[in-house]
Design a protein around this ligand. Structure first.
Ligand SMILES: [Mg+2]
Length: 376
């Protein structure tokens, strides 16, 4: 099997309501959908959802990088040669993990379709009985977040993820305490600060206020480049610390382990470059005694299902937060969410159907790259 051409779509996924986190507000979610075509007639789908604040990529930059550099670098390759494909991509351009993830995911979709197996069976099989997902609450006033939390519990969610990290950290403490009070002492709550508490001293002071709130963990309390600072926070508080933006690939993992900077890692395909590197990170983390979760950049069924296949295949990935399809008012895939679980279909590849008409409808720009290696 050989990759002979690719169609690259820049799309905008409309959101049901704006997604608000500490460093950005998104009215809709721009992404790139990649379709790899092979000489066997099989096609594989991939997706890039760049977060400009985390990897420095933008959806139109990822689009151009795919069109001009990455796709031409892997045309003619067999998608099973994923190690070689990653080496070729890394030799063609440094960084750009979301754009690389699009190719990686499409290759796994092809491998699965060619072998008649769901992707998780190519990675490690089924390490979990079920895959659950939390209700993610945007940053709002304490009473609004508390009301939404109560509704989520009533709807059947099994955990909550609270976005905080905007304004005065003590306002965040009030948000978290209001939600905890509303849902009772035991309901699983995780908190994501998205770097919003900036410095170790401020973060440690805020977390100390939360030590009686029974939180599963506090995610990325300080700015992403400060791994030593994260270790500092971790030493000063009793709540487990999760690294998200701080962790991109193996280099950061090495530093996090060396400095004992986190208890839990949030792996994202868009930060590390796809399924292949994500599995490697999880495996290396296991050797260091760290638990992992797979998160997302608010991705459609394409990249979200890719993330769930990784989760399914690894025992030390104990949580997943890929809820993009639930946040979109229009989508292109059919990954199945049945509260509180996500159900992978077990069909070959990613196990989803991509609605081509819907993809065309949401496309704002499109190109084809053929065997000659240039846009046609
Ligand atoms: Mg996060």
């Amino acid at each position: 099997m050989k990759i002979i051409s690719a169609t690259i779509h820049a799309v905008r996924f409309p959101l049901r309501e704006p997604f608000i986190i500490s460093y950005a507000t998104y009215p809709d979610m721009p992404a790139v959908i990649l379709k790899l075509e092979t000489d066997t007639g099989l096609v594989g789908y991939g997706e890039a959802v760049p977060d400009e604040h985390v990897t420095g990529e933008y959806f139109l930059s990822a689009y151009e990088v795919l069109k001009e550099i990455l796709v031409p670098s892997i045309i003619g390759e067999n998608p099973f040669n994923i190690e070689e494909i990653h080496h070729k991509m890394d030799a063609a351009i440094w960084g750009n993990p979301a754009a690389k993830a699009a190719i990686d995911i499409a290759c796994y979709d092809l491998m699965g379709k060619a072998t008649g197996q769901p992707v998780y069976n190519l990675l490690g099989g089924q390490a979990h009985d079920k895959l659950e997902y939390p209700r993610v609450l945007s940053i709002e006033a304490p009473e609004i977040m508390a009301d939404k939390a109560v509704k989520a519990v009533r709807d059947g969610y099994s955990s909550l993820k609270l976005k905080v990290g905007k304004g005065d950290p003590m306002d965040d403490v009030a948000r978290i305490k209001a939600v905890r009070k509303a849902v009772g002492p035991e309901f699983p709550i995780r908190v994501d600060v998205n770097q919003g508490w900036r410095t170790p001293g401020v973060a440690a002071a805020a977390i100390r206020e939360l030590e009686g709130e029974n939180l599963k963990w506090i995610e990325q309390p300080i700015r992403m480049g400060d791994i030593r600072g994260l270790a500092d926070v971790r030493r000063k508080v009793a709540v487990p610390v999760m690294a998200d933006e701080t962790l991109h690939g193996m280099e950061e993992l090495h530093e996090i382990v060396r400095l004992e900077a986190a208890d839990v890692l949030n792996i994202k395909l868009m930060k590390c470059g796809g399924i292949f590197p994500a599995v490697h990170i999880a495996k290396a983390a296991e050797a260091a005694g760290l638990q992992c979760q797979v998160g997302s950049m608010v991705e459609s069924s394409v990249a979200s299902s890719a993330g769930y296949h990784v989760v399914m295949s690894r025992a030390n990935i104990q949580s997943a937060e890929l809820t993009g399809p639930l946040l979109f008012s229009e989508e292109i895939g059919d990954l199945k969410y049945e509260l509180p679980e996500v159900l992978l279909s077990g069909e070959p590849g990613l196990g989803i159907e991509v609605d081509e008409a819907q993809l065309e409808k949401l496309t704002v720009k499109k190109d084809e790259v053929g065997l000659a290696g240039r846009a046609s």
